[in-house]
Design a protein around this ligand. Structure first.
Ligand SMILES: Cc1cc2nc3c(=O)[nH]c(=O)nc-3n(C[C@H](O)[C@H](O)[C@H](O)COP(=O)(O)OP(=O)(O)OC[C@H]3O[C@@H](n4cnc5c(N)ncnc54)[C@H](O)[C@@H]3O)c2cc1C
Length: 347
């Protein structure tokens, strides 16, 4: 078997690169061993504003300009809706925060998204005495459904091998590589936190952050926007809400924990006062990088080996643009921006 590319990992990074290859009529084979599940558990929100500081997310405009058509195209392919507009209501904790919101909402880029007024809270189950700042043109991608549909599609097309990729079995050729009888020009590694097992790239400074999420059923809450406070409460339909997320830099497992659940319940109870039941509890590891920028580039010695990783806490927005840039770099020799190129970590 001969393909243009092998892709290792089919989370958001792998899907974005596979789609780029489809568009450019390249052949590929994917390996996926279900060892990581960041993309499967993600809240799936996209939002160009940093809700802690009311600043713009790095490169947000360019990311969204690529991401929205990318998901729309997948909706056409699967004839299914993955994207939903969801406004964000950021609970103010003080008058000072209200003032900071007004100042930020005047800035270029932010003014398109931040409504410059304080929204009064009218839901007596929500604790928001200083009101809300409202963000518009934000939304959610149902990444779990998308990833499952995409995997099934590739299984049907014989383009997905549901098995672990073994790095030591790569045979290097003058041009390209061979792996278990498959010849390929290149391998694109999209393993998320699985990067730690990759001997060719595990020297890169990933500073992974485990995250846990609850799904609750809260029939009295009745909100159709995301509430953001010490936790986010994201409506997903049928009176269900995702509540998240924790950040843990020590635990390297993808298992939900009693501590994570306690933390989320404690924070949730400080925001809402209606009854709810917990119907699900999930966890995953975000592939975050020490400088909060993605990891793209070629291995210094083996140019056949390429990485697409480090999507961090915002894979939904960032993955499609990074896949595009990586393809142009490999196939057309276009320079990668310094801040995303793994060369920035070379001594
Ligand atoms: C709790 C939580 C909430 C989040 N919420 C949001 C959100 O609201 N919005 C947002 O934009 N982002 C969110 N994120 C972040 C987002 O999930 C990540 O940015 C994104 O999923 C990373 O995608 P990835 O493809 O790089 O990694 P992954 O999704 O981890 O995919 C890597 C894939 O590679 C496979 N793999 C690894 N090693 C091997 C191997 N050797 N052989 C074969 N396969 C292998 C794994 O099984 C996995 O499927 C959240 C993350 C978490 C954990």
């Amino acid at each position: 078997m001969q393909v243009d590319y092998i892709i290792v990992g089919l989370g958001l990074a792998g899907i974005a690169f596979a789609e780029e290859l489809n568009r450019k009529k390249k052949t590929f084979l994917v390996f996926e061993d279900y060892s990581q599940n960041s993309s499967l558990v993600a809240g799936g929100m996209y939002n160009p504003v940093v809700l802690k500081r009311f600043t713009s997310v790095w490169n947000a405009k360019e990311q969204l300009e690529t991401a929205i058509p990318f998901y729309q195209n997948l909706e056409r392919i699967f004839d299914k809706k993955y994207q939903n507009s969801v406004d964000i209501y950021r609970i103010f904790k003080s008058i000072e925060e209200q003032n900071n919101w007004f100042m930020a909402s005047d800035k270029p880029m932010l003014e398109d998204y931040m409504i410059p007024k304080v929204i009064k809270n009218t839901n007596h189950y929500i604790n928001a005495s200083y009101g809300y700042g409202k963000l518009i043109k934000t939304g959610r991608i149902d990444v779990n459904s998308l990833a499952k549909d995409y995997r099934q599609l590739l299984i049907n097309l014989n383009q997905l091998k549901e098995e672990k990729f073994h790095y030591k079995d790569i045979i290097f050729k003058d041009k390209g590589i061979e792996y278990h009888g498959v010849k390929s020009n290149r391998i694109i590694f999209c393993e998320g936190f699985g990067l730690k097992e990759n001997p060719f790239f595990n020297n890169l400074p990933m500073r992974e952050a485990k995250g846990e999420l609850l799904t609750i059923h809260a029939p009295d809450l009745k909100v159709n926007y995301l509430i953001k406070s010490s936790v986010f409460i994201l409506p997903i339909g049928n009176d269900r809400y995702k509540v998240g997320a924790t950040f843990n830099w020590k635990d390297k497992t993808k298992l939900p924990t009693p501590e994570g659940k306690r933390e989320l319940e404690f924070k949730l109870n400080s925001v809402i006062s209606c009854d709810y039941t917990i119907v699900d509890h999930t966890a995953g590891i975000r592939p975050t990088v020490i400088d909060r920028r993605p990891l793209l580039g070629m291995h210094k010695k083996h140019k056949q080996l390429v990485i697409l990783n480090g999507l961090g806490t915002r894979g939904v927005m960032i993955a499609p643009l990074m896949a595009k840039k990586l393809f142009q770099y490999i196939e057309n020799g276009e320079q990668l921006d310094k801040e995303i190129d793994i060369a920035r970590f070379e001594k």
